[in-house]
Ligand binder design. Structure first.
Ligand SMILES: Cc1ncc(COP(=O)(O)O)c(C=O)c1O
Length: 388
């Protein structure tokens, strides 16, 4: 069978046409903010162009929104009416944290070393009397189903985790964690931005999910996928209120507020339509490539770069077992200065990130996507070797 990635990555001309950044830079920073593939930028430009000489009619707008929700639903295996098109990630997470009706004595479990966008919304609940408890891990981001189980108490109401740690790249077994939480009737909220678009990230055992499009999804900033399981609509009340999510016939405010029956109830006003159009094109590109195949390719590239760096004496953060590997490879060298290395790479048109842990240890983080090549990684390894 023809590899669905072949037309995008095997032929260098087509790779460069689809991912124009590859003509200028070696882009290994999808865990930060992605550049846009050409089809994504084109879709947004064409859409914006429409507004210079007129505007799309309302039925066209509704069709675009519906198609984007169908596409997002296909990606995470949800129902389209469980999707709201909102970003950034933190907006969705705050909608969950603030919308849930908390009861006295409720406990929330989260992870203090997570990206702040998935810590503060939960920490903020302390003001409402919610007890916020933190998971402890031996290694950064290594959250296993066993650990989650060991931390549950009779008061645990919700567990809030990220699908993959943004520094160590440890990818959680969401299905196993979600299954065990649902057996215990505990809600599960997932910050999915570090896996959505790169690894199968589906919601069979998830109640709430939020992910902006600006990383692995290869989309623009400040538009994302917010999922709320239909049977959780009632316990997660929309906290942002406007004309789009409360029935307002003829744009006339009503004394009795009735929410829209679908997840549109979380979208208070007009949507970021250029973002919706761009994210839809990005999701289509990834679905056509095949998420399983994309994931396999990313794992292969990560392992390739990891082995090259190991041979150069670098220590790696992250999973010991490939089953928990994601697209993030975070390294440091016992005798090299990481900020200096980062600067050298940046000057040589290699885009990566400099990150640190709570103790202040500094690391260089590489995050390749499926369209990067082994040849690019060889160039990076050569540059690093020469810089040492
Ligand atoms: C785990 C995680 N969550 C969320 C974000 C981004 O949050 P937001 O989309 O609210 O800016 C990042 C960005 O690095 C992240 O790594």
């Amino acid at each position: 069978m023809l590899d669905p990635l072949a037309p995008l990555v095997i032929d260098e001309n087509s790779r460069q046409r689809t991912f124009p950044i590859t003509r200028k830079k070696i882009f290994l920073s999808h865990a930060a903010v992605t550049t846009l593939p050409e089809p994504v930028a084109r879709a947004m430009n064409e859409y914006n162009g429409l507004w210079t000489t007129g505007f799309p009619d309302y039925s066209e707008t509704l069709a675009l929104i519906a198609d984007a929700k169908n596409t997002a639903a296909e990606l995470i295996r949800a129902e389209p009416d469980e999707i709201a098109l909102l970003g950034p990630t933190s907006l969705g997470l705050n909608l969950f944290a603030l919308g849930i009706h908390w009861r006295p004595g409720d406990e929330v479990i989260c992870y203090f070393e997570d990206y702040p966008a998935n810590v503060y919304p939960w920490l903020g609940l302390q003001r409402q009397g919610v007890e916020v408890r933190f998971l402890r891990t031996e290694n950064l981001g290594e959250i296993t189903p066993e650990q989650v189980r060991a931390n549950l108490t009779r008061k645990t109401r919700l567990v809030a985790l990220a699908s993959c740690h943004f520094v160590s790249g440890y990818r959680l077994d969401l299905a196993a964690i979600g299954r065990l939480l649902h057996e215990e009737e505990i809600l599960f909220s997932v910050d999915a931005i570090q896996t959505l678009g790169a690894f199968p990230t589906t919601v069979e055992h998830v109640d709430f999910l939020s992910a902006d499009a600006h990383k692995w999804l290869l989309g623009p900033v400040s538009i994302g996928v917010v999922f709320v399981r239909k049977d959780r609509f009632e316990i997660c009340r929309p906290v942002l209120l406007g004309s789009r999510n409360i029935k307002s016939p003829g744009f006339v405010a009503q004394a009795e507020m009735e929410f829209m029956p679908s997840a549109q109830r979380y979208e208070p006003g007009v949507l970021n339509m250029p973002g919706v159009v761009g994210m839809r094109a990005a999701m289509r590109l990834l679905l056509d490539a095949g998420i399983e195949r994309v994931a396999e390719r990313i794992i292969g590239l990560r392992a390739y770069l990891g082995e090259g760096l190991r041979q150069l004496g670098f220590d790696q953060l992250g999973p010991a077992h490939p089953v928990n590997a994601a697209g993030i490879l975070t390294v440091r060298h016992p005798r090299q200065d990481m900020p200096k290395l980062y600067e050298r790479l940046t000057a040589a048109d290699v885009v990566c990130s400099l990150r640190q842990d709570r103790q202040g240890n500094q690391y260089v983080r590489f995050s390749p996507h499926f369209y990067n090549t082994e040849a690019e990684l060889d160039q990076v390894l050569k540059l690093i070797e020469n810089a040492m």
